[in-house]
Write a protein that binds this ligand. Structure first.
Ligand SMILES: Cc1cc2nc3c(=O)[nH]c(=O)nc-3n(C[C@H](O)[C@H](O)[C@H](O)COP(=O)(O)O)c2cc1C
Length: 254
């Protein structure tokens, strides 16, 4: 098979298309779509976003040293794109998209209520790289929508129908192809797992947590009086060992 060789560029895809919320007061709340984000450390949980200086969000994040990463879903693909092509300088993106800001627990930037997972972050370092500045950040809390927990307390992010961004287009997740470590799993265990997965697929969706893991209901829920979905908040130490791996690097004009 022959390959075409390109000059240096960024071709690590798919990556997330996350909606990052920033701003410290309702009057300056903003949403920016970011593909250059990912996990960079497990303990302490650390992440990054790379943002061009010319973005309206850049100064908001630089001044407050805080932001929230809101994961996106098929239902959110339209606002995800919109928040990536319009500037908060010109429009109020919460008003235009109809997305709902909810108070966070550790930072002043809001959570997006409609997002299945919100990750509160505090910037620890800003690294100038060239086109973008990389905001390295510590994860302060993770809020996960209770709608996607099963009766055993397992969180099923896939049930929220997450999306990713790949070379200029948005895609859904597609079929599950295996689970962590399945390539070295004993045949019997593999069959049992597969049976279990098929049963849960046939007999219903997750229906709320009943979990061994200690949880603290998000105070944002109380404050907002949310009717639809409740968010569960994990403090860093109590969080189950579940890592959402997203890798992104800098490319093109993003
Ligand atoms: C899918 C997608 C991914 C993007 N990723 C980034 C990114 O990682 N970094 C960045 O600075 N801009 C990125 N952008 C562009 C900004 O989201 C866009 O310029 C936005 O309008 C800036 O909003 P603001 O001026 O309100 O901050 C992306 C846009 C899209 C559509």
């Amino acid at each position: 098979m022959s390959k075409v060789t390109w000059k240096p560029g960024t071709m690590i895809y798919p990556v997330p298309a996350a909606m990052i919320t920033c701003g410290s007061e309702p009057e300056n709340y903003n949403i920016i779509t970011i593909a250059w984000t990912g996990t960079i450390n497990t303990a302490p949980a650390m992440t990054y976003i790379s943002v061009r200086k010319e973005r309206h969000s850049y100064n908001l994040i630089k001044e407050s040293s805080e932001f929230v990463i809101n994961l996106t879903t098929e239902a959110l693909v339209h606002p995800t794109d919109f928040c990536g092509v319009r500037s908060g300088r010109d429009v109020n993106k919460f008003e235009v998209t109809g997305l709902t800001p909810e108070p966070a627990t550790h930072v002043k930037a809001p959570l997006i209520k409609e997002s299945p997972v919100n990750i509160e972050c505090r910037v620890t370092q800003v690294i100038e790289l060239g086109s973008h500045d990389m905001f390295m950040a510590e994860v302060l809390a993770v809020h996960a929508d209770e709608a996607y927990f099963d009766e055993k307390g397992k969180f099923h992010l896939d049930k929220s129908r997450p999306i990713c961004y790949s070379h200029g287009a948005y895609f859904g997740l597609g079929d599950q192809l295996g689970t962590f470590g399945y390539s070295v799993m004993k045949k019997k265990t593999k069959q049992q797992k597969e049976r279990k997965r098929k049963t849960s697929e046939t007999f219903g969706a997750p229906n709320g947590p009943k979990n061994k893991t200690k949880r603290k209901a998000s105070s944002s829920k109380k404050r907002s009086g949310s009717k639809t979905s409740k968010k569960t908040s994990y403090k860093q130490k109590k969080r189950p060992r579940k890592v959402f791996l997203f890798f992104g690097i800098l490319v093109e004009s993003l």
